[in-house]
Design a protein around this ligand. Sequence first.
Ligand code: PLP
Length: 404
Amino acid sequence: MNTPPLIYADNNATTAVAPEVAEAMQPFFGGAYFNPSSMYEPALQVAEALKASRETVAEFLGGVPASEVVFTSCATESNNAAVFGVAAANPARRHIVTSAVEHPAVLEVCREMQRRGYEVTMLGVDRQGRIAVADYVRALRPDTLLVTLMHANNETGVVWPVGDWARIAKETDPGIVFHTDATQTAGKMPLDLAGALKHVDLLSFSGHKMHAPKGVGALYVRRGTPLRPYLLGGHQEAGRRGGTENVAYIAGLARACELAQAHAPDMARIEKLRDGLQAELLKTVPHVEVNGAEAERTPNTLNLSCHFIEGEAILYELISYGICASTGSACSSGSLEPSHVLKALGVPFTAMHGSIRLSFSAYTTEAEVKRIAEVFPKVVADLRKMSPYWDQKNNRPRENIPGA
Ligand code: PLP
């Protein structure tokens, strides 16, 4: 049997490790194995490499001081450290503002805060995945401890103006801490913590979404932000995160940050390919909705809801053509519940289960996107032939679909 060549269109789930990143990590698996906290010469060189990596990441974040970068194991850890750390530092305030469409790495932490007696305001979104600024302003209260709102959504790619929202929080009350989960914008859009994001106090991101390996991330902590360490231990990361630094992976993350800057023009190319594919599929696939189409989106993400069919079935069909995509958040698959993000957007009942996320990277080629444009309409048409909601005889949706 001939296996079709793989077309990887699931880069919001994870990305391939770039060869340059793997190369940058190599020395630390060989001779440069020393603990960066040790006092002899070869270890001092490893400490020097760690320092250089921190400076590179700080540069990537808009030229912030390197001391404001804390290395972690992943974005989930960064988000946990942000929410629990801010709460521990200011027990007098007990209200948190977040949204219904956050990644579970924030949502579950906020739910835990609710169990601990905190009040959590979960902002809803409109059909395009946007939050009304009036709702946001109304949510801020004298006892608000923390705002945690994502920079871009992992399922739809919808980008929020978190720089403006952080400014509004500070103007309302400088005591409010503003955190953003930037896991889906890092490497795809500029993260300028000295400019557009200068009021953001805490920002999380992860290596494996930007061509570094899984198992490394960072938390940006603006100087003066009240934050108790969440992982207690040694003095590493200036006392903000115990545990011997994962120097190889940190060096990989730093190299990925450099590459992302070099790849910035590729993102404009990817956006064109995404927009072209979207326009094509809207022409060739009937009864399809593009979630977040009217909002600002990350350049690489296309989330489609196809009426009358199942996302999982689309996924399996696409895989038979070698195309890897996702029905939504990879982290929430494994349950039969439709995605909490699409529910919050109010995606119609007949389309909710038929959602597919295609997400590209700087390495995606025009030929790959063309192939997806060829295959997708055929897959949808084939599946509709088997759909209980489809009238085969007249090749149109059935009338009077229950629950629709
Ligand atoms: N936040 C967002 C928006 C994500 O998309 C993800 C991963 O899908 C995470 C957090 C969790 O990232 P990690 O796997 O690095 O913990």
